[in-house]
Write a protein that binds this ligand. Structure first.
Ligand code: ASP
Ligand code: SER
Ligand code: ZN
Length: 382
């Protein structure tokens, strides 16, 4: 619906269609996974690195299944009750890969709460809001590797064998989640901040929304929209007033954190990425990576975020996409070749012959190539 995560249509884009897909949903079903088991498996990843387990109160008071007797807001969230003891998650967990990743995402928030619980209340927060969104996702970057899925019995041994074609498929699936998200993660608050600034008036809410969706994401609505509709309001974070730029920030810095922890763990060799590529790194059971992450989390918001970032990134104090580019390097190389082979043009065209070739931000350029020439712009822009 939002085109924020394209991995559910990955079958359309897999570079090597003859190679098996790495879906864990069948294994979750066969092994009768429950919500509790997903949460226990997630917790075990954190503790395997020397991080804290979830306290007893967490297990007693969290809601991890959809209640049958009443309606609740099912959007997953994590809560710090600010008494240094009570931390909870609320999630209507489904037995899917997507929710397995969300479990880690939410538990990352709670791990952060636990690590900074003894700081003064004023400092019990993320170094910046993007840090908070990134913790669980950093863990997930290891969890979803085929290598790790084999370790925890959700994929068969054969899926863990080194195979550059399976790797490309895996990277495409990751790119459809992580790279395709970036324009969406960016535009939500561009729209919202322009509303707050008075640059978007209430008579233009929906058309300005679709203008951004067209220009930044390159998607169009499936039927004609008007100001009778209020499409952004259907996004949870807009209706619930949850800031969104933190996710955009998170999707970039999580790769910087992943690179830093993987390097410390000896799971990534920046000098020899072919032998030890970043996308294949799994920091499971690695105490060195755990200590480093802990050191960063324990600072809460007691220092400016660049200082906190520098704790794990060997002095790098800036948010940048170099780690993201390193992670996807093999896919970028393949896309460059494949696009050349098919003579694909970069970007997409807007209606009224407005060409929009600069729409691919440099960090996205390789990705946009895949979706070119398929859009027929029928939406009336403002
Ligand atoms: N709290 C998560 C997101 O909004 C929940 C989800 O991914 O469903 O950040
Ligand atoms: N959890 C956020 C969302 O659902 C970002 O992935 O939009
Ligand atoms: Zn979150």
């Amino acid at each position: 619906m939002w085109a924020q995560d394209w991995s559910n249509v990955k079958d359309l884009f897999l570079p090597c269609k003859n190679k098996p897909s790495l879906d864990i949903a069948p294994a979750l079903r066969e092994q009768n996974y429950t919500a509790e088991r997903m949460f226990r498996v997630s917790e075990e990843f954190f503790t395997s690195m020397g991080l804290s387990p979830m306290p007893e109160k967490f297990w007693n008071l969290s809601i991890i299944e959809k209640p049958k007797d009443r309606t609740i807001v099912c959007h997953a969230s994590a809560w710090d009750f600010c008494d240094s003891k009570d931390f909870r998650i609320k999630q209507c967990t489904d037995m899917t890969m997507e929710d397995f990743v969300t479990v880690h995402h939410e538990m990352g928030h709670v791990e952060y709460y636990i690590q900074y619980k003894d700081l003064h209340i004023a400092f019990r927060d993320g170094a910046n809001p993007g840090f908070h969104e990134a913790v669980g996702d950093v863990i997930s970057l290891s969890v979803v590797t085929p290598k790790h899925m084999v370790k925890i019995g959700l994929l068969s041994d054969s899926a863990g064998k080194k195979d550059s074609e399976v790797d490309l498929n895996y990277l495409m699936s990751q790119a459809l989640s992580k790279v395709a998200f970036l324009p969406f993660g960016y535009l939500i608050d561009v729209w919202r901040w322009n509303v707050f600034r008075g640059k978007i008036s209430s008579s233009h809410y929906n058309c300005e929304w679709w203008k951004l969706r067209s220009e930044v994401q390159g998607v169009q609505p499936p039927n004609i929209r008007s100001e009778e509709d209020f499409d952004p309001g259907a996004k949870y974070h807009i209706a619930a007033n949850v800031p969104y730029m933190s996710y955009f920030v998170s999707y970039i810095i999580q790769f910087q954190f992943h690179r830093a922890l993987c390097t410390a763990a000896g799971e990534y060799d920046p000098k020899n990425p072919l032998a030890k590529p970043l996308h294949d790194c799994d920091i499971y059971r690695n105490k060195k990576a755990g200590d480093l992450l802990k050191e960063m989390l324990r600072l809460g918001s007691s220092k400016p975020w660049p200082d906190v970032m520098a704790v794990i990134t060997e002095g790098n104090r800036r948010m940048d996409v170099s780690a993201l580019r390193e992670y996807f390097q093999p896919l970028e190389n393949w896309l460059r070749k494949d696009n050349k082979k098919h003579g694909a043009a970069v970007g997409w065209k807007l209606s009224k012959n407005r060409s929009y070739s600069v729409s691919c931000m440099s960090l996205l350029f390789f990705f946009c190539l895949q979706f070119t020439d398929v859009l027929d712009w029928s939406v009336e822009l403002c």
